[in-house]
Design a protein around this ligand. Structure first.
Ligand code: 5RP
Length: 229
């Protein structure tokens, strides 16, 4: 199976099994979440489901509307039953790194407000220790960002300002910059998170700890395995 097929298979399984009529659904961001949004649009149309959505990025909100879904601002929904989102790394305890797609702050706010957080990944995202395959994205205020970078580097990483395709710094939906922090590995993610969160100028980081209630993993042999509920 190609990478795209793996993403589509796991996304469709999540939407088919975890979304029920009448739910308020959080929509993730990224190439795997894309397939979930598309499948949800199909189900709403085919089965006449009554589904309200809230999105974790401008990009996902636009996509959802293209697929015919009703999307409300996160502050205009009473609660969120289930959010389906991707991840960049998943460790054996279901701890995650997210944010390579640049939506980590809204993803974290929506995840925190969700009763269930279903993470959909292909097997390439599985790691024994966080930080070993991808950098940790940290969203920072533009004001004083070079000072923030210095403080981030003191945590033992190489912090690189994320650049956009236009050669300018990438700007998030919230008007902030992202530093991609390359660690050799993150042995104690809870400790690191507490250190990063007290750095002035840091808005949030891509460690999603004790957030996922379910992780669905798509494997090259065609199987999909489940961690959690
Ligand atoms: C965006 C994210 C994405 O969920 C993560 O980057 C995974 O994306 P993809 O499914 O494209 O690999 O955290 O901020």
């Amino acid at each position: 199976m190609s990478n795209d097929e793996l993403k589509r298979a796991v996304a469709e399984k999540a939407v088919n099994e975890y979304i029920k009529n009448g739910m308020i659904v959080g929509l993730g961001t990224g190439s795997t979440a894309y397939y979930a949004i598309k499948r949800l649009g199909e189900r709403v149309k085919e089965e006449g489901l009554d589904i309200t959505c809230t999105a974790t990025s401008v990009r996902s909100e636009e996509l959802a509307k293209e697929f015919g879904l009703v999307v409300l601002d996160v502050d205009d929904v009473t609660h969120i039953d289930v959010t389906i989102d991707g991840a960049d790394e998943v460790d054996p305890n279901m701890q995650l790194i997210k944010g390579l797609g640049g939506a980590l702050l809204r993803e974290k706010i929506v995840a925190a407000a969700s009763q269930s957080e279903v993470i959909i990944v292909d097997e390439s995202k599985l790691v024994e220790v966080l930080g070993t395959k991808c950098p940790l994205p940290v969203e920072v205020l533009r004001f004083g960002h070079k000072k923030t970078k210095y403080a981030l580097k003191l945590q033992g990483c190489d912090a690189k300002l994320r650049m956009g395709a236009d050669g300018e710094p990438f700007v998030t939906d919230n008007g902030n910059y992202i530093y991609d922090c390359e660690f050799e590995s993150i042995q104690n993610p809870f400790f690191l998170e507490s250190r990063i969160n007290v750095i002035p100028g840091t808005v949030d980081n891509g460690l999603f700890l004790n957030t996922a209630t379910t992780v669905l993993v798509s494997h090259k042999d065609g199987t999909i395995t489940k961690m959690g509920q």
